[in-house]
Design a protein around this ligand. Structure first.
Ligand code: OGA
Ligand code: NI
Length: 355
């Protein structure tokens, strides 16, 4: 396997063979539905502070609930997070990938998934029977904890010089937003507003993952990120302005997530699917590449810590809705996830009761 720095995004008009997916795993971009995208939800009239008894208006909860049931994905606008801060964050990430000095690159690059701060590439197994080869995804990812940022800030890269500061500010804003979203999603399920947050548990695991997708001369032959569901509870994703690439499965078809100005893409992870007893969906998605523009995204993940016990919330279980999943410790779920790495993930299925 090459080192991190051997891969410098070709200047040729073909991609190196270690990026070429077997036919059936390619994106087949002409088959992606041009018709629908995911719902866009306006938070303009939602103040969302958890300290009062303010119940959000029912049409907002209905929209969120519908999006969570039907798509597992939505975008939010008028969320109150300054666009300028988000743009600075995305610029800092682009710089981080594009101009990280080789020594720093070496320091962060790892295949050890237990590292707190890590630069890495995703691979999938080339499952042709006689091949042990792995296919590399057309992306690079950088992952580290995001809250409380003061504890880990010193572990973050010193380049670009404003990365730590901008990230710290960004993380604070996202923490508030994450809390708001967890309340809305709880209320959407008809639960107390704190219910899901309590069930995800104390000391949640809060990790950030920046993804960098260089322009790709042959987008039909490769993927930026393979098909997956997020294994955590909730993800807040920011994309670099104007460049699309995220696609989600809707009714068995791939649908492109349109770019919406100053929006965040929100998606539910496997833990919300389990907690909601299958009512809300953790949906398969992928990132595709394009020939013209590099794309940068920042995913902020919110999930349980390894000791939290996750299972369907009792209020959502009754004789018509028997429990679909058994209770498990999140460490079991993560261990199953790492057993399945580089394959198409089917993690929560391992915790599902057999019909
Ligand atoms: C992820 C993810 C999508 C994107 O990081 O889990 O799905 O468009 N990212 O980068
Ligand atoms: Ni994802």
């Amino acid at each position: 396997m090459g080192t991190s720095s051997s891969f410098r995004w070709t200047s040729s008009d073909t991609i190196p063979s270690n990026f070429i997916l077997p036919e059936k795993k390619r994106p087949h971009l002409s088959q992606v539905s041009a018709l629908s995208s995911i719902p866009i939800i306006d938070l303009k009239n939602y103040t969302g502070d958890g300290d009062n008894n303010n119940v959000p208006d029912s049409s907002l909860l209905e929209k969120i609930s519908h999006a969570c049931e039907e798509y597992g994905f939505f975008q939010i606008i008028n969320h109150g997070i300054p666009e300028d801060l988000c743009n600075k964050m995305m610029d800092a990430i682009a710089k981080l990938f594009e101009s990280m000095p080789p020594e720093e690159r070496k320091q962060f690059f790892t295949t050890d998934h237990t590292k707190q701060v890590k630069l890495f590439n995703y691979y999938i197994n080339n499952d042709s029977a006689n091949s042990q080869d792995k296919v590399q995804m057309w992306s690079e990812s950088f992952s580290h904890p995001w809250h409380p940022i003061d504890d880990t800030s010193h572990l973050l890269p010193g380049n670009p010089p404003d990365y730590r500061e901008v990230f710290g500010e960004y993380a604070k804003e996202i923490y508030e937003l994450m809390n708001k979203l967890m309340r809305l999603i709880s209320q959407g399920l008809g639960l107390e507003k704190d219910c899901l947050k309590k069930r995800v548990g104390e000391n949640p695991s809060l990790r950030a993952q920046a993804n960098y997708y260089p322009p790709c001369p042959e987008p039909e032959l490769t993927l930026g990120l393979n098909v997956h569901t997020d294994l955590n509870a909730l993800t807040v994703l920011r994309q670099s302005p104007g460049v699309t690439g995220l696609q989600v499965i809707k009714d068995g078809e791939w649908v492109a997530v349109d770019f919406a100005p100053n929006a965040f893409v929100i998606n539910l992870g496997d833990q919300i699917q389990v907690l909601s007893n299958g009512r809300y969906k953790s949906v398969h998605h992928r990132a595709v590449t394009n020939k013209e523009q590099r794309r940068v995204t920042l995913a902020m993940f919110y999930g349980p810590n390894r000791d939290s016990v996750i299972g369907p919330v009792e209020e959502l279980v009754d004789e018509h809705h028997p429990p679909l999943y058994r209770n498990y410790r999140y460490s079991e779920f993560q261990d199953e996830f790492f057993r399945q790495v580089e394959t198409r993930r089917m993690v929560k299925e391992a915790f599902q009761f057999k019909k």
